[in-house]
Design a binder for this molecule. Structure first.
Ligand SMILES: [Zn+2]
Length: 209
């Protein structure tokens, strides 16, 4: 049965869907910026209560740098998401959530069998240009390179976030924190970026705040 048919059937057979309830509380505390990968469950998988996290997803969980041009065209969706999240909903934390086995990052691997080209997928090709640059910067053995690019992409997106006016303002006012995480889709374990050591460390190794 297709996903669409499953959803239609579920609507028909669930009697609780007929009962009107008050809308769930909407007081998000964080904005999660993740990849569109269907295997990464950004809410249930992390144990986040419904209504507590705003979610923004794109291929590779990328945040490109802010610029007037970008805010008026290509990056308008992320710029608007940041304004709503920070200045309307007043979230306290923003997380860039990368993940292992990321298809968007794999598409840019210079040694991968399946690559994209500008003619067949022009928008995706242009969109992934920053990730292709990161692949050009990794120097490790091939087996480690993909993890290195996944980590580097998260680090760069955090830095790019700082260029958006609402982020810069909220950071200066001390009411916002930025985080970089990578989730291992094999076991759902999280690694967290630590600016002090400039490295990703397993969250299980960190003491509770
Ligand atoms: Zn991905």
């Amino acid at each position: 049965m297709s996903v669409i048919d499953t959803i239609r059937n579920r609507q028909r057979i669930r009697p609780d869907l007929q009962i009107n309830k008050p809308p769930p509380e909407h007081k998000p505390e964080i904005l999660l910026i993740g990849c569109i990968d269907a295997r990464v469950d950004l809410v249930g998988g992390l144990g986040i209560e419904q209504g507590k996290a705003l979610i923004y997803r794109n291929p590779g969980a990328q945040v490109r740098p802010y610029s007037e041009r970008a805010a008026s065209a290509e990056n308008m969706d992320i710029a608007a998401t940041l304004e709503i999240s920070i200045d309307v909903m007043r979230v306290k934390d923003i997380v860039i959530m990368g993940h292992t086995h990321c298809g968007a990052i794999g598409l840019c691997d210079p040694e991968a069998a399946s690559k994209i080209d500008e003619k067949t997928l022009p928008s995706l090709f242009r969109y992934l240009a920053p990730i292709r640059q990161l692949w050009g910067m990794v120097t490790d053995a091939h087996d480690h390179s993909k993890h290195e690019v996944e980590d580097a992409s998260v680090r760069r997106s955090i830095e790019n976030l700082r260029s958006y006016p609402p982020v810069a303002r909220a950071l200066a006012e001390g009411r916002l924190k930025l985080h970089g995480w990578v989730i291992d889709i094999n076991n759902s374990r999280l690694c967290e970026y630590c600016p002090d050591s400039d490295a990703f460390v397993p969250m299980t190794n960190r003491l509770p705040a």
